[in-house]
Design a protein around this ligand. Structure first.
Ligand SMILES: Nc1ncnc2c1ncn2[C@@H]1O[C@H](COP(=O)(O)OP(=O)(O)O)[C@@H](O)[C@H]1O
Ligand SMILES: [Mg+2]
Length: 287
């Protein structure tokens, strides 16, 4: 079933046996997925819906109980294919006493970044994820947001064409989450393919091209985000000079055009937009 898509899953299931023959946990069931080159794909769903298990199977870290997985047209566990991808685990474990720069140097060597290139790459990544202030501090002193940034930098150290991010914005403050989303969009603009998981549906809404929503290990929704969020037969009209007393007249005008009025609301900013705007206005987003 060799395919052009970087990731293909066909009928994938994953069961975990419980101890003492008490049955099994069905973590993922009947899962078909295709991730296309150059897109940002969101694997969404509440906690326990099977997102991390799916990512681990794509990475070849755990085999599916049934079904097939292709990574760049090959079985996932091959070292040559793994070298083409970067991974941010859900709770990355790092050496607490290494500094930010030392951590990236360590992962760079592990991923085969040429020695001559390594120092420049480490500096590039520190700048890319905005960790200048953590460069020479041990990770033991990092905040959750800083650990997430070093985790992202680590995933990108060998400049992979496919990046898998497990809950990249979880536990990060709004400014950090804004930066992470900008970084994801930047990776996309460089032609990379990004797969991210999140249980915070609204946090990743704006960066995903397509999403699949999992529930209890099953895919319940899939599609391009634009189509899911903006059904083609609905439109929002923003009315200037609106007056409550003329609501009936407006309703009648729409009815005469063959359209029904579903709701009347006031345009609204999100708290995140206000927060980010005010932090930027106050000058600078980190100490
Ligand atoms: N190694 C494991 N052994 C037993 N059950 C597991 C294991 N890993 C995950 N599960 C179970 O599989 C389900 C899906 O987990 P997971 O993929 O981590 O979900 P998510 O990442 O969406 O929160 C959960 O019910 C979880 O308890
Ligand atoms: Mg998870």
């Amino acid at each position: 079933m060799s395919s052009d898509h970087p990731i293909v899953l066909r009928g994938v299931a994953k069961h975990f046996p419980l101890h003492w023959r008490r049955g099994r946990v069905i973590a993922v069931e009947h899962l078909d997925l295709e991730v296309r080159r150059g897109e940002v794909f969101g694997l969404l769903g509440p906690n326990g819906s099977g997102k991390s298990t799916t990512l681990k199977m794509i990475l070849g870290l755990t085999p599916p109980s049934s079904g097939e997985i292709e990574l760049f047209g090959e079985p996932p566990a091959r070292p040559e294919t793994r070298r083409r991808l970067g991974f941010l685990p859900e709770s990355p474990y790092f050496y607490r006493f290494l500094t930010g720069a030392e951590t990236l140097r360590f992962f760079g060597r592990l991923c085969g970044v040429p020695r001559a290139r390594l120092e420049a790459r480490v500096e590039e990544l520190i700048a890319l994820v905005g960790l200048g202030h953590g460069r020479d501090r041990p990770l033991a002193t990092y905040s959750k947001g800083m650990l997430q940034r070093i985790g992202l930098a680590q995933a990108l150290v060998h400049d992979p064409e496919l990046v898998l991010l497990d809950e990249p914005t979880a536990g990060v403050d709004p400014m950090g989450s804004r930066d992470i989303k900008d970084l994801i969009l930047r990776l996309k603009s460089e032609g990379k393919t990004v797969v991210l998981s999140s249980h915070l549906l609204d946090q990743v809404e704006e960066v995903c091209d397509r999403v699949a929503i999992l529930h209890l290990g099953r895919k319940i929704v899939e599609g391009p985000l634009g189509e899911l969020l903006s059904p083609g037969d609905r439109a929002t009209l923003e009315v200037e000079g609106y007056d409550e007393r003329r609501a009936d007249a407006i309703r009648a005008a729409l009815a005469s055009a063959g359209a029904g009025l579903r709701s009347v609301g006031r345009p609204r900013l999100t708290l995140e937009e206000i927060f980010v705007r005010e932090v930027r206005r106050a000058g600078g987003d980190r100490p």
